[in-house]
Design a protein around this ligand. Sequence first.
Ligand code: PLP
Length: 406
Amino acid sequence: MSSPPDPTTLPDARGHFGTYGGMFVPETLMAALEELTHEYERAKADPAFRAELDALLRDYVGRPTPLTFAERWTEALGGAKIYLKREDLLHTGAHKINNAMGQILLAKRLGKSRIIAETGAGQHGVATATVCARFGFDCTIYMGEVDMARQALNVARMRFLGAEVKAVTAGQRTLKEAVNEAMRDWVTNVRGTHYILGSALGSHPFPMMVRDFHRVIGEEARSQILEKEGRLPDYLVACVGGGSNAIGLFHPFLADGSVKMLGVEAGGHGIKRGEHAARFQGGKLGVLQGTKTWLLADADGQIELTHSVSAGLDYAAVGPEHAHLKEVGRADYTYATDAEALEAFQQVSQLEGIIPALETAHGLAGVRKLAPELGADGLIICNCSGRGDKDVAQAAKAIFGEEVFG
Ligand SMILES: *Cc1c(COP(=O)(O)O)cnc(C)c1O
């Protein structure tokens, strides 16, 4: 038996992470994806590109982010010591801007003048609209009608920033349909348009490129924990929608055999068909929106409905690199239900003075189970992928049972 490919060196030249990933796109997009791959490789090797991106991450985005010891939460859980990597403190309120900033610089190099993007919770739309404003690009964001209603605050932010937000009314009216519309737009306007995809998903080179732009999370966390604790953590924990914040934290630790990794998917109302978005629970191998990966589909291959209290985790497919890491046993994946995420949301708000995003709260719910199991000698870093401002109305309704805002 041949040994599985070394996870630290993937993907291969065609975007395969073992059996996952690849380029499953219409013929009309192949030239653009190859041009993008080529320009990305050139940019990566260009010290001027890295220097410009680093300067923007520092002076505009707000890097490095702190690694915060969650002292009272650690005490309350009575187990492992917990640190939070504070991506919630970045400009625009989530990790998404690391990737948006990298890709806008690439779009500039490619000579494009128009940007499109999809968004679920609206954080990627806001990050994209922000970098478009900063660099003077025309910006169109596709968003499902259901998500526009539950993330109305972010819709307003995108419009303030000068972006056009296009409501997607097809199907379930959430993230999957928004991606379909963005891809349709890209096929039609590919010459002058760059598509800033928002997670470690889709066709090659996006899963690799998005991961690389988020690796800074793990690189910083690694040196910060060594400085604070003099050793590597036992566990990394992060919520997994498409998987970009998780892979950004995990990737720089892949070669550190002692560091375990836990991704937390959205368990929604529990693992019943149509009631969750935990692809590794009851999902199967398939192809969706450019990539081969684990997804939620019925016996005929039709994509199933998904549900999560957090719009940012409410998607039927997981990033292909996570599928590979699970297969080779390098990372484990679990899920948190809506109720568990809301409990973690309240606990961390009240004990740490940090109101997390509902997506992030799924990762925190994973920590609540893991910390007591690991015991007092254990050390955990959980990625605080975003802040909860966008979720105030939704969380208030769920927790207090009342409509706080019209
Ligand atoms: C978008 C989002 C996520 C989920 O996306 P990933 O690509 O899985 O990271 C998680 N947390 C926040 C705050 C988000 O905005």
